[in-house]
Design a binder for this molecule. Structure first.
Ligand code: SAM
Length: 236
């Protein structure tokens, strides 16, 4: 059921998934159900909801042609692997890094990768520390995040690790105009330039989600990100 729903839903969104990707989604679902008995991974586990809210929602940018072949992508605040793992399942050509401040779920993600025969780099860090690390600073084509923070702190997490010419890619709800407006100064200070949000739909749902994309047009000044905790407590 999972494999079929993902395949059909993706197809209706304009994304062709091969049989191996669909099988991997089905196995990921089983591992989420099993893992959820040991730790808090997600509240959304009813099969149709999990497919739509987790798998199809996370792969939506593929339909918009936002991920170049072989792109270096980081998923900041990945939790149980969203959006990074679904993107990697649908597009195994991506070079994926998954970051979270909570170590417990990262152990779960490593297990999923091993089971599915996929590889990604897993980093246990606060976004603010990750983006300061010379190994990761301004190294990624795309820094992605879903359900992690409001736009202003999110920009301070994401833009410092994006290289010029790359972008920050954020999954947002139906109305992001206020949040985006409040983040204008942050986006400018961090070297970004916001695009007009792209609305997208999940088949048979009326969610009207948006992808909010900020292009990295200038290098981020060394002062950013500020100390861990500051971006959310005191947004730019
Ligand atoms: N992105 C996943 C999703 O869409 O289901 C998880 C969302 S969950 C609500 C937020 C996640 O972001 C948590 O796993 C939390 O540990 C992580 N997070 C929040 N702030 C963070 C930070 N500053 N650095 C790293 N991870 C952070």
């Amino acid at each position: 059921m999972i494999a079929e729903r993902v395949r059909n839903g993706a197809q209706r969104m304009g994304i062709e998934l091969d049989a191996q990707a669909c099988e991997r989604f089905a196995r990921y679902y089983e591992l989420l159900v099993e893992g959820n008995t040991r730790m808090n991974l997600t509240a959304v586990l009813e099969p149709a909801d999990a497919v739509d809210r987790h798998f199809l929602d996370c792969i939506a940018p593929i339909a918009q042609d936002l991920l170049p072949q072989g792109a270096k992508v980081v998923d900041v605040g990945t939790g149980a692997g969203f959006p990074g793992l679904p993107l990697l399942i649908a597009r195994p050509d991506l070079k994926m890094t998954l970051v979270d401040a909570l170590n417990k779920r990262l152990g779960f993600i490593q297990g999923v990768l091993d089971e599915l025969g996929l590889s990604a780099e897993i980093v246990h860090a606060r976004a603010e520390d990750f983006s300061r690390d010379i190994k990761y600073r301004e190294q990624f084509d795309i820094a992605a995040a879903r359900a992690v923070a409001a736009v202003s702190p999110l920009m301070e997490y994401l833009l410092p690790c994006v290289k010029r010419g790359g972008c920050a890619l954020c999954w947002k709800g139906p109305d992001i105009s206020q949040e985006a407006e409040a983040a204008r100064k942050a986006i400018f200070l961090l070297g970004g330039k916001a695009r007009v949000p792209i609305g997208y739909e999940i088949p048979d749902r009326d969610w009207r989600h948006n992808l909010f994309i900020v292009d990295k047009v200038n290098n981020t000044p060394k002062a950013y990100p500020r100390r861990a905790g500051t971006p959310s407590k005191n947004p730019l």
